[in-house]
Design a protein around this ligand. Structure first.
Ligand code: DON
Length: 304
């Protein structure tokens, strides 16, 4: 498979000028990112890696971080996590509060904000220094010690995160948050502020394409069953109320973030990250989705 020529074709086909998407503005620092950034990077399980555009430029990974925190949390609490977070698609926007009321403070899944906040609460309980240990984990996956939080982004979200404050307090009223609300929010805003490039994200997500093992060393990071479950959750819940559309068009497990990044994996084949900050109405990168649809069409490789 000539992945580089397929990526070149995708780059040519993507039409920035006719993109109707908008850069996320509800986190003020994110609104400053130039709308026309575009990059893509693919790591293949057995034949190197390929890219185009701004694939080496770091951006705010936002909700993509929910995959890293879930992986860490299930290491500590295993199946007990599912008493506090469900595994069903929500069909609602990522920051929705409504289902929590009639579902007794149990979030539908770990990738909507409510679910990710419960996962953050689990990590604050179990880790001595959650920010450092999350960073160590992501650095290990990328084999790169320069990965870091972007304090400006974390601060900016903390100053405007009214919805997340509401979600936290609401879930605390159902006794589904055990720690101090502000402490958990501070951790959550930092995880979302992680700054990574497409190249780094694709490399980190290789663990989900490679049955839980680090590609370069063969070291086991996650058990096979855990990887199966993480991929299943990415498939069914990774794109909120657009999870069906992403499955329909792309046919891969994946996760998006409001920074404009999307990562997707094809188990036993490749992991791929794309970045374009212009978001559609559901908060997912418009050109990112187009790029991945082209990828699975041109390669003929999706999980379906
Ligand atoms: O909590 C928030 O609203 C953001 N830090 C993350 C949201 C996000 O990335 C949703 N993804 N598409």
């Amino acid at each position: 498979m000539d992945y580089q020529s397929i990526l070149n074709t995708i780059e040519q086909k993507l039409d920035k000028r006719n993109c109707k998407g908008k850069v996320a503005a509800y986190i003020p620092e994110l609104a400053k990112v130039p709308a026309d950034k575009l990059g893509m990077h693919l790591y293949c399980i057995n034949s190197g890696h390929y890219s185009f555009g701004d694939s080496n430029e770091k951006f705010s990974i936002q909700s993509i971080s929910k995959v890293f925190t879930l992986a860490l949390a299930i290491r500590f609490v295993g199946d007990k996590l599912w008493d506090r977070v469900d595994v069903e698609p929500s069909g609602d926007p990522f920051n929705s509060l409504t289902q929590l009321e009639y579902e007794n403070g149990i979030p539908r899944n770990p990738f909507i904000n409510a679910g990710a906040l419960v996962v953050a609460d689990v990590l604050v309980t179990h880790l001595e220094n959650p920010k450092k240990e999350l960073l160590d984990f992501v650095r290990q996956l990328c084999e790169d010690d320069t990965i870091d939080y972007d304090e400006r982004i974390a601060k900016s979200e903390a100053a405007s995160g009214y919805r997340n404050v509401a979600l936290m307090n609401y879930m605390k009223s159902f006794e589904n948050i055990n720690n101090d609300v502000d402490e958990v929010l501070d951790f959550y805003y930092h995880q979302c502020s992680l700054a990574m490039s497409c190249k780094e994200l694709a490399k980190a997500f290789m663990v989900f394409a490679n049955a839980g093992k680090q590609l370069s060393t063969g070291k086991r990071i996650l058990g096979k069953q855990k990887v199966k479950r993480m991929n299943a959750l990415m498939q069914t819940c990774g794109f909120y109320d657009e999870a069906g559309e992403f499955s329909f068009k792309v046919g891969l497990p994946g996760k998006s973030g409001v920074g404009g990044g999307i990562v997707a994996v094809h188990p036993q084949q490749y992991s791929v990250a794309v970045w374009s900050p212009m978001l559609n109405e559901k908060g997912n990168s418009e050109l990112g989705m187009d790029a991945l649809e082209e990828l699975t069409t041109l390669t003929g490789l999706s999980i379906f």
